[in-house]
Design a protein around this ligand. Structure first.
Ligand code: ADP
Ligand code: MG
Length: 625
């Protein structure tokens, strides 16, 4: 029998106290939430047993939103108000987004942060941060319902290549959703943790992540519990969706279909995805569909044919992988293990090709679409303080891009070089350029290039009140500090007079604290608004249904009513119609109650009559006993 542990008096946390912490994979296509239960990382499913939440949010004119499967269903009917792949817009400006002109959304420049993307929807202008917060909120609610309590915190994963602005935007979204972010974690690092590689594994690992619309390849070096991202690469416009597209084209060609309507195209695209997923475990997939055009599709796709038509896509992932390895100065032989991540790596031809490229079986015994969430959950569990004996280590991550500042001549002086483990702080001294100079502009940049023009500008701030001295005499100490999430704060201090200026680096496309506070307030006020509107809408729909039922009953069976009764019912309907257009839910409920009451006797008579009709003309022997 296991011994029970007893805490010493005054010890901070009782051994049995388990803090609720989750890992969240906020994906481009699908999002998940996971936790550690009885020492095992598990993904939490929704009330219908579905682990994945499609990263889709839709809005309507009533200001209501739907998230996940419900929103996904609206994609073909209302693309402008159904936001998919919002992750691509996080912390980005209009200029940063590839193929923006092909997207069905109404983009607007954000006031206050020029260049930052927002979307105009039927429910108003929404920022990517707010839309991501809607997704996170659903996962938070799911976790709290399933774990039966409030969450202590969450680890949220981001792609390794996410810059400061994208990370900050992700953190803001979490805050807006009411989550306490324990740490942002790189997705490939999370996958490595899920495979337990943090426990003593050393060497180079490749993380091959083929999701719905993106392909990311990351090369990690593990040494002494430190994960170093040596290189990242991939293709932001290549994923499982492209394989669907290939099958879709094959169907059109094979069935010799005429040009399709938008809804037929969407139907066939869904069939294509189903066929692709079917082929992961079967040698052949049936594809059948009845189109609105009247045409009938009835085809069979074999796995050989599928591999043939999607071959160039697989080749593209391999080319990007080779390129990334080359960037890191490595050969495939130096890679100790390959981790498969992303639902699309389930395809056998992908597994096969990756295995062949690296000359070894990839690690794939965990569900590829869950591994990132599972690793994040493991890390969250540790950070929340739920450590088992001997697990008192803390994972270290490294910063992906060098941080520095602009010096004379538009040059970039790096203060913290990339791959420094975080948290980290570094300081460097600078001086004035001109005699009597009393102010200095500090321009914080991120990137590996020498010229500031080639790096990403993060922030500018001014240090004023430098005592006038000859050029080169002042000593200004600039300190860069990066916290465990990879977020930066910069301080500048003049040493003789002691004047100081500092910035929390709010990246160019980030949101200000005021904006966040405003949004938080908004979301609170709107929460009750939203609930009110939903209840009103439901009552209206219900009332409409009742009116229709009574109307059709009157058409059929008005003869069953006396003139007085008929008058009473007509009056009841009239009254319900008059309150239906307003927004007084209680009045609608009352009028519905009244109409149900005055039609109760009518309904009973109709019932009797139909029973009578059913029995007429049958003899007793034919009746069911
Ligand atoms: P993301 O990381 O982009 O959010 P996921 O990792 O959830 O995306 O991957 C989604 C993709 O995985 C979709 O294209 C989906 O069709 C594909 N996928 C899921 N299951 C399978 C399967 N059994 N076989 C092939 N592809 C699959
Ligand atoms: Mg993913």
């Amino acid at each position: 029998m296991a011994l029970l542990q007893i805490a010493e008096p005054g010890e901070s946390t009782a051994p049995h106290e388990h803090r609720l912490a989750v890992g969240i994979d906020l994906g481009t296509t699908n999002s998940l939430v996971a936790t550690v239960r009885s020492g095992m990382a598990v993904v939490l499913s929704d009330d219908q047993g579905r682990p994945l939440l499609p990263s889709v949010v839709s809005f309507d004119a009533q200001g209501l939103r739907a998230v996940g499967f419900e929103a996904q269903a609206k994609q073909s009917v209302d693309p402008k108000n159904t936001i998919v792949s919002v992750k691509r817009f996080m912390g980005r400006g209009v200029k940063d987004i590839a193929h923006i002109e092909t997207m069905p959304y109404d983009f607007v420049d954000a006031a206050g942060a020029p260049g930052m993307v927002k979307l105009r929807t039927a429910a108003g202008v929404k920022s990517p941060v707010e839309i991501s917060a809607d997704i996170l909120k659903v996962l938070k609610d799911r976790a709290e319902a399933s774990l039966g309590g409030q969450l202590t915190g969450a680890v949220i994963t981001v792609p390794a290549y996410f810059d400061d602005a994208q990370r900050q935007a992700t953190k803001d979204a979490a805050r807006l959703a009411g989550l306490n972010v324990l740490r942002l974690l790189n997705e490939p690092t999370a996958a490595a943790i899920a495979y337990g590689l943090d426990n003593g594994a050393e060497g180079i690992y490749a993380v091959f992540d083929l999701g719905g619309g993106t392909f990311d390849i990351s090369i990690l070096r593990l040494a002494r519990g430190i994960f170093e991202v040596l290189a990242t690469g991939g293709d932001s416009a290549l994923g499982g969706d492209d394989f669907d597209q290939r099958v879709f084209c094959w169907i059109i060609e094979e069935a010799a279909l005429a040009p399709l309507s938008a809804s037929d195209a969407r139907l066939l695209l869904t069939r294509a995805r189903e066929a692709k997923e079917h082929l992961t475990v079967h040698g052949e997939a049936p594809i059948t569909a009845r189109l609105a055009s009247g045409e009938y599709v009835d085809l069979h796709l074999t796995s050989e044919k599928f591999a043939e038509i999607s071959g160039t896509l697989v080749q593209k992932t391999l080319a990007a992988t080779r390129r990334t390895l080359r960037d890191a100065g490595l050969t495939t032989a130096e890679v100790k293990g390959v981790i498969m991540v992303g639902g699309a790596t389930r395809m056998p031809q992908v597994q096969h090709a990756v295995g062949k490229l690296f000359g070894q079986e990839p690690l794939n015994n965990l569900d590829p679409d869950k591994v990132v969430a599972l690793g994040a959950a493991t890390q969250a569990n540790l950070l929340a303080g739920n450590r088992a004996a001997g697990e008192d280590w803390l994972l270290l991550d490294v910063i992906p891009l060098s941080l520095g500042l602009e010096t004379m001549g538009g040059l970039c002086e790096k203060i913290i070089v990339r791959n420094s483990t975080i948290p980290v702080a570094r300081a460097q001294e600078f001086t004035t350029f001109k005699d009597g100079q009393t102010a200095m502009m500090i321009h914080v940049v991120q990137g590996e290039r020498e010229l500031v023009a080639d790096c990403r500008s993060l922030a500018r701030f001014e240090l004023r009140g430098i005592p006038p001295m000859v050029a080169g005499a002042a000593r200004i100490r600039v300190t860069f500090q990066v916290d465990a999430d990879g977020l930066l704060s910069v301080a500048a201090r003049e040493q003789t007079a002691g004047v100081e200026a500092r910035v929390e680096v709010k990246p160019s496309y980030g949101l200000s604290d005021d904006e966040i506070t405003g949004m938080l307030k908004d979301s609170y006020t709107h929460a009750s608004d939203d609930a009110f509107r939903r209840a009103l809408r439901e009552a209206q729909v219900e009332a409409q249904r009742l009116l229709e039922a009574v109307t059709s009953a009157l058409v059929e069976d008005a003869a069953l009513l006396s003139a007085d009764e008929r008058e009473e019912i007509d009056a009841g309907m009239l009254q319900l119609r008059s309150v239906l257009v307003g927004d007084d839910r209680l009045a609608i409920d009352a009028a519905m109650g009244h109409l149900s009451e005055v039609t109760a006797e009518f309904a009973a008579r109709r019932m009797n009559q139909s029973v009578g009709r059913a029995l007429a003309g049958k003899n007793i022997a034919e009746l069911p006993i």
